[in-house]
Design a binder for this molecule. Structure first.
Ligand code: GLY
Ligand code: MN
Ligand code: MN
Length: 462
């Protein structure tokens, strides 16, 4: 937990920004997997964590802007709970830890919200992403369940996004703690990526690294020799000499800040000449993109700089042709790079995505493209100091997509479909780092996880 003043100040900033009304932040509850006493691992709501810090299920935060007072609501544990769960702090103790003096139980919260609605006061809340929250908010505020999302407060979303987008030094330290775990993950993965080993063994070892750090993954691990499937969660393949293993994984810091790193390894420890060529295109695209990052630059431009490197590199290899700028403008490179360059990172791995991708990654000066590939870009807006953004270009050979584009004659001026035939089994390559925008440029966060061909091949030998 951060110092109580951190939470107090965060709420103070938000109060000033909102000006009036009640700001309702329901924390998450336990969510059952197959029966109520067997829940999914508990993960607190990130905005609740940000403003109220309490990392336990069953609490609700309320900020009364007009009264200038913050409340924490929850039911105290009784002896039956304590027998099963061990000693528990009281609601009052938890509240004091985050700088709150006013507490109440769940029935008092319901009464307070009922009275507020009756008095015609505005109750702001963020769009809920769990049905349980939708039902609770509907009951508290006398709305139909279907109406809850419509009544979510855009002004609160905008204020929260503005605040959470700029990471403090303490938050950056948290992300770097998560990156230290990532560093250990990749050291382990590198030495296990050998012919005859099953992907499941590597995934299990990765989870072991995370567990030994008393952490939890920040998203389900992507680890596959079929890295051309962008989010491949199947880990049942035996790795063979000549495969490329894509590992996209992350852990959480003690305060639940995320890391998000991707590396691609040649099974057997050495890239083949063509793997190396394609790998170096992706690496060049990533480094070019990172070096373009500074305040005032739009991330859309950074994405396009990476796309141009990819198109130029694939032209050298003989898979693309024609003018590189024209190819990128037409979107032809998206056959190989069909996703966006990156996203914000913070308490969520796709930070604040539950608040609306366009409200996080776009602003009034820039709207989302409909072009295939570019339409998947989550983050396009101008960069500011304190933003943390992932930079994760890739090149993928997706047989179904190649076949579809070829059938439809898509971008045949820019793509050599004949030359592509020998790449159908190539798989995919992605390289991802987490980058802080500083006052005058950027800083790649974390301890430096091997990514050059030389460092990867050396690391895999150890
Ligand atoms: N966690 C998937 C990604 O890199 O965005
Ligand atoms: Mn990732
Ligand atoms: Mn990512």
């Amino acid at each position: 937990m951060f110092d109580e003043n951190v939470y107090r100040e965060r709420r103070q900033v938000l109060r000033r920004q909102m000006g009036s009304g009640l700001l309702l932040f329901p924390g998450n509850g336990e969510s059952p997997m197959n029966y109520p006493a067997n829940p999914y691992p508990f993960r607190q709501d990130s905005s609740f964590l940000y403003y109220f810090g309490v990392d336990k299920p069953g609490f609700v935060g309320l900020i009364d802007v007009d009264e200038d007072r913050d409340y924490l609501y929850g039911d105290d544990f009784d002896i039956d709970d304590i027998i099963w769960m061990g000693p528990q702090p009281s609601v009052r103790e938890l509240a004091e830890g985050v700088g709150i003096q006013s507490t109440g139980d769940n029935s008092q919260l319901a009464e307070r919200l009922f009275a507020a609605v009756k008095a015609g006061r505005r109750v702001h809340f963020l769009p809920p992403y769990r049905m349980e929250e939708q039902v609770r908010i509907a009951e508290w505020l006398g709305l139909s369940i279907a109406a809850v999302t419509r009544h979510a407060s855009e002004s609160l979303v905008r204020a929260v996004v503005a605040q959470r987008s700029i990471k403090s030094e303490a938050e950056i330290r948290e992300i770097e703690k998560a990156l230290d775990i990532s560093s250990s993950i990749y050291q382990t993965v590198m030495t296990m990526t050998k012919p005859g080993v099953n992907e499941g063994e590597v995934t299990g070892a990765l989870l072991g690294v995370v567990g030994r750090a008393n952490s939890y993954v920040s998203f389900p691990t992507i680890l596959s020799v079929h890295g051309e499937t962008l989010h491949n969660h199947f880990h049942g393949n035996e790795m063979r000499e000549g495969d490329l293993l894509v590992v996209d994984s992350g852990a959480e810091s003690p305060e639940h800040y995320a890391s998000d790193i991707t590396r691609t390894f040649p099974v057997g420890g050495g890239f083949t000449p063509i793997q190396r060529r394609v790998y170096e295109i992706v690496l060049r695209a990533q480094e070019t993109a990172i070096q373009a990052m500074r305040p005032g630059v739009r991330f859309l431009e950074v994405h396009l700089a990476a796309a141009r490197e990819i198109a130029a590199g694939l032209k050298d290899v003989g898979l693309m042709k024609g003018d590189v700028d024209e190819a990128v403008q037409a979107g032809a490179h998206a056959l190989f790079f069909p996703h966006g360059l990156g996203h914000m990172l913070g308490l969520d791995v796709h930070d604040m995505e539950n608040l609306g991708e366009n409200l996080v990654g776009y602003d009034e000066t820039i709207s989302r493209s409909r072009q295939f590939g570019l339409s998947a870009l989550r983050m396009a807006r101008e960069l500011y100091p304190g933003f943390v953004v992932t930079v994760e270009p890739g090149i993928y050979f997706i047989p179904a997509l190649i076949d579809q584009w070829r059938r439809e004659g898509m971008h045949s001026d820019f793509i050599d479909y004949q030359a592509l035939e020998t790449f159908r089994d190539f798989g995919g390559i992605r390289i991802e780092d987490d980058v802080l925008v500083t006052a005058d440029g950027y800083r790649v966060l974390g301890p430096g996880i091997p990514k050059s061909v030389k460092d990867i091949e050396a690391g895999m030998k150890e």
